[in-house]
Write a protein that binds this ligand. Structure first.
Ligand code: BG6
Ligand code: MG
Length: 213
């Protein structure tokens, strides 16, 4: 149904689920600073960089903070978040995701990760995919996070595949915007990507990739 040579996957919310850990770590910081924060606000952080996430949380702060203070807050959150990540294991990778990835590879697709997270390599190694992908583009490679296409264009360049021949799997609207902005095929998998109006296809589940690629 789609002509592609490579598939680029978002990480959080597509390959595995770290939303709850982001939530708990941001919540701890927000509580300490006396700022209201809930799961709905947390949903706005999907695909958004760490510093941009902090700015969203600080929208409800009565106090103004310096850049130095903000950097310290982001580091504090990240230290707590990484403690949660250390509890992850290959059991956090579903059978459906693993068998679908293996089947795509067997069909000859190149497989990559395109994630805003600077913790991408840690997460992949914890879930047993540390050496799995043909290319990884993450928060350490880019200056503009999604909806800017930079991270996906970086993944495509590392693979050596033209953007038009890359399919991107995303759960976030910002991710579909990034994929389409980069001239790629946008495949939505749940979240606010689904039915956003920009996607080329709504996946019925991860395994549905095998019906369309
Ligand atoms: C994305 C998440 O994958 O990574 C965002 O969807 C997160 O919620 C972003 O803010 C940055 O993550 P990290 O691990 O670099 O703080
Ligand atoms: Mg995501």
């Amino acid at each position: 149904m789609f002509t592609a040579k490579a598939v680029i996957f978002d990480l959080d919310g597509v390959i595995c689920f770290t939303d709850k850990y982001h939530y708990l770590a941001w919540k701890k910081l927000a509580d300490r600073l006396g700022i209201y924060f809930d799961e709905q606000i947390n949903n706005r952080l999907r695909g958004v960089s760490r510093m941009a996430s902090l700015e969203i949380i600080l929208e409800r702060s009565e106090k103004e903070y310096t850049q130095e203070e903000k950097e310290a807050f982001a580091e504090e959150k990240n230290n707590d978040y990484r403690e949660y990540l250390m509890t992850m294991s290959p059991a956090d990778l579903s059978e459906e995701v693993k068998t679908t990835l293996d089947a795509l590879r067997a069909k000859g697709y190149l497989l990559a990760i395109g994630s805003s997270s600077k913790n991408t390599k840690l997460i992949l190694s914890k879930i047993g995919l540390g050496e799995y992908f043909d290319a990884i583009a993450d928060g350490n490679d880019i200056t503009h996070s999604k909806p800017d296409p930079e991270v996906f264009l970086c993944a495509a360049a590392k693979l050596g595949v033209p953007a038009a021949e890359c399919a991107v799997v995303e759960d976030a609207l910002a991710g579909i915007q990034a994929a389409k902005g980069g001239g790629m095929i946008g495949l939505a998998l749940g979240g606010d990507a689904e039915n956003c109006g920009l996607e080329d296809y709504d996946l019925k589940g991860f395994g549905d990739l095998l019906n369309i690629l």
